[in-house]
Design a binder for this molecule. Structure first.
Ligand code: MIG
Length: 769
């Protein structure tokens, strides 16, 4: 049945389209962001978007007879009968065009009888979501030359074309392969390059949803949801970078981390079994001269897996223990689980019960499932009071002096089957259900942790979460959950982390060495090399798997491991700068090549290289027994980090990559900061900084603050401008001096000289010696 466009109204940048069968609303937020909305009778509030994002924007609306046009400086949207929308960029290139045919679901020869047999053997059969009464789908045409990116934390390759994925936060302990359609996070943003023209769409719907990006058909792709309003954002921009920046403008940007959060972190499920074990670990790091900043404490430090408790049989004086470790340069990061032990003698449980803070059955009783502590209940984090209550309990950790909160099992995961769909959850003050609140459970738990840590310490909170939703990047870093010590998982980590970056999560990481299964020394080294610039730099392993500390293999492994840890610490000032500059601009630190080179067709599907900012290209070895690899270098001139050989771009070269070498290229004429050798990120301000010039010349803006709190937001930071011209003349300037302790000495290293600059109190600037 066709639905005619009867008429339309336009006011406040909002175009209301009245169809015979309903209304559709197009609201312009900025020239590059248009909100598409249709009311399906569900709550309108967003967990991803906070505050008013609408800016005063010039919009033209034209009645073209058979359609209505809405035009901004960056986007042109044409609305036709049947609620069909076509989106073009400002030059008239088609970006998002509604599909006019009907979907042709993939033929299946599975009848009811066979379906049963197949299920009985343990195979999975695709869910038939469209039986739900509130089901809807959005189907767009697919061009022969069209690639897809983003989608948050998904399996498979960088370019998502040809695959389908589900958004339903899930604990997946099995190997994550390209056939795994859902993982721990739901971040429903998709970017496309249609005939080279960039766009994005963000579907702000927390109900279970699905993307099919050209798997079912070569002619269309689609998004579908089991419920919720039709609620999505069209994202435009002249480049993929602008589109991504529009997405992070909408859902928020990664805040400045504390500097030590970029340091090396060691973890294993099992370390926290005793105080001695953790102390031994610290000793080994000292003995082997390995830099480290954080040790993670998994569930064994707790008293019977109760949240906000410490087992004082294993740790007699936790506070002193934390302090002792801190003196050795190590911060402790405790895990915290979503499920609360249902134990009448446990105060958290009692409090929550009295206040009615736990998720309920439809009959009003508290819902009980099982997690680590046995019978467990689930805080109703969608409610502001519950988040505030949880945030208050964070004081338990801050009093002890631990450094943050590592949130786990917050999909929420459960041992006695999944939580039923009809459980009563709150959506802020409103009563809601599990179907709507599931995908934001981890988001709300992390937000509570962030707020508790910030209120108690005044520091930039260190929160890690496994489950999250779009927008959680404002509150938490993420790790990709239970990977395995397999080469396929190392390979996956590059597209996974770069797509997470495009999806707003600039601070992310995978378990280095792999969580489950047994690592080898070779795999561990290649993983560490590959993760050299990964912001969350943590080696983590599961109980029962082979040890994968740096010294757990042979001497060669230990030595190479040390070499890369030292290199990482040299590069922390650079990474910190990236967080300052790039996340302010709304761009990821770790990037797929396509983000910087969206015009280069060869850069669009590279799965085994990544860039850091715009000037570093990393080409890790991700296959066993490999000593050479091919490296694609995009446009420009590139310098080999190790021997300074220079290569022209737009070609694929063969490089040697023995086990101790990570192929690394710096764009010619780049200046990089090079920190001092150190065993821990220091609490004290650095006195010396070096800048290295790759190529003949370059310029660089370097940022410095106390690395801990929010004083930088009041201007307590320094900025240094370094420039070297073609004749090797160098300039060092303190262009902003808002943070007292600036460097006393700055070195500038070019290919053939090392220039020294000293701080001169009188002029408040640097003088070359
Ligand atoms: O199901 O706390 O992903 O990092 O070590 C196991 C034990 C529960 C899952 C996390 C993993 C952590 C583990 N947890």
């Amino acid at each position: 049945m066709s639905s005619k466009l009867k008429d339309f109204q336009f006011n406040q940048q909002s175009l209301q389209l009245n169809y015979e069968q309903g209304k559709l609303e197009l609201t312009v937020l900025t020239p590059g962001i248009v909100h598409v909305f249709q009311d399906h009778g569900r709550a309108r509030n967003s967990y991803a978007i906070e505050g008013n994002k609408q800016q005063k924007t010039k919009v033209n609306v034209f009645d073209k007879g058979d359609h209505v046009e809405l035009e901004t400086a960056q986007l042109l949207i044409k609305a036709y009968d049947d609620e069909k929308l076509d989106v073009y960029d400002s030059l008239g290139n088609p970006l998002i065009i509604d599909y006019r045919g009907s979907r042709q679901p993939l033929a299946s020869d599975l009848d009811a009888e066979h379906r049963k047999t197949v299920l009985a053997e343990g195979h999975s059969v695709a869910d038939e979501l469209h039986h739900e009464s509130h089901y809807y789908e959005v189907v767009k045409t697919l061009a022969a030359d069209e690639q897809f990116y983003g989608l948050g934390d998904k399996t498979g390759f960088l370019n998502k074309r040809g695959y389908d994925y589900d958004n339903w936060n899930s604990d997946v302990p099995q190997v994550h392969t390209e056939a795994t359609t859902k993982l721990y996070k739901s971040i429903p943003v998709v970017y496309g390059l249609k005939n080279g023209h960039p766009y994005g769409m963000f579907f702000d719907n927390t109900y279970q949803s699905h993307f099919d990006l050209g798997k079912e058909s070569e002619h269309y792709y689609f998004y579908s949801a089991i419920d919720g309003n039709l609620d999505y954002y069209i994202l435009g921009g002249h480049s993929l970078k602008e589109v991504v920046a529009n997405y992070t403008y909408l859902t928020g940007r990664v805040p400045m981390p504390q500097k030590w959060m970029l340091g090396y972190q060691q973890s294993r499920w099992g370390y926290s079994i005793s105080q001695e074990r953790v102390e031994e670990l610290a000793e080994k790091f000292e003995e082997y001269e390995l830099p480290i900043d954080v040790v993670h404490l998994d569930i064994d430090y707790m008293h019977g897996y109760r949240d906000f408790t410490w087992d004082t049989k294993k740790y007699q004086h936790p506070k002193e223990f934390v302090e002792q470790m801190r003196k050795r340069g190590i911060r402790l990061m405790p895990i915290l689980d979503a499920g609360v032990k249902a134990d009448p003698d446990y105060d958290l449980y009692q409090e929550g019960l009295e206040q009615g803070y736990f998720v309920k059955n439809p009959d009003g009783t508290v819902y009980v499932n099982a997690v680590w502590p046995g019978k467990s209940v689930f805080p109703d984090f969608g409610r502001p009071e519950v988040r505030a209550w949880w945030a208050k309990h964070v004081k338990f950790f801050t009093d002890l002096g631990t450094c943050g909160i590592w949130n786990d099992m917050n999909e929420p995961a459960s041992f006695n089957g999944p939580l039923p769909e009809n459980l009563e959850f709150h959506d802020e003050e409103q009563i809601s259900d599990h179907r709507r609140m599931h995908n934001v459970y981890g988001h709300n738990m992390s937000k509570a942790a962030y707020e508790g840590l910030k209120a108690e310490t005044g520091r930039r909170p260190y929160v890690i979460t496994r489950a999250c939703y779009a927008g959680t990047q404002k509150y938490s870093t993420v790790w990709t959950g239970d990977n395995q010590s397999l080469w396929s998982h190392l390979q996956l980590s590059i597209p996974q982390l770069t797509n997470l970056g495009l999806s707003g999560f600039a601070f992310a990481g995978t378990d280095i060495g792999g969580f489950q299964a047994d690592a080898t020394g070779e795999l561990l080294i290649r993983w560490l090399e590959s993760a050299l610039f990964v912001p969350l730099f943590r080696n983590h392993a599961a109980l029962g798997t082979r040890y994968q500390e740096p010294w757990a293999f042979d001497k060669q492994t230990l030595n190479i491991y040390r070499k890369y840890l030292n290199l990482r610490y040299r590069l922390i000032p650079f990474l910190y700068d990236q967080f300052r500059h790039e996340t302010q601009a709304g761009l990821p630190v770790m990037r797929p090549l396509v983000l910087n080179y969206d015009h280069d067709p060869q850069a669009r599907s590279i799965n085994d290289e990544y860039m850091v900012g715009t000037s570093i290209l990393v080409a890790p070895v991700v296959t066993p027994q490999t000593t050479k690899r091919l490296v694609y270098l995009p446009a420009g001139e590139w310098i080999d980090f190790w021997n300074h050989a220079s290569y022209a771009g737009r070609q694929t070269i063969v490089v040697d990559a023995p086990i101790d070498k990570l192929p690394l290229f710096i764009k010619a004429n780049t200046i990089l900061p090079w920190g001092c050798k150190t065993m821990h990120v220091s609490d004290k301000p650095d006195q010396i900084m070096t800048f290295r010039v790759y190529g003949e010349c370059g310029s660089y803006m370097h940022y410095q603050d106390n690395g801990l709190d929010f004083a930088y937001q009041d201007g307590e930071y320094n900025e240094y401008y370094v420039e070297v011209d073609e004749n090797g003349q160098a300039l060092v300037e303190l262009t902003k001096h808002g943070y007292g302790p600036n460097y006393q000495k700055i070195y500038v290293e070019t290919a053939d000289q090392r220039l020294e600059f000293n701080y001169d109190e009188k002029s408040g600037n640097y003088r070359q010696k």
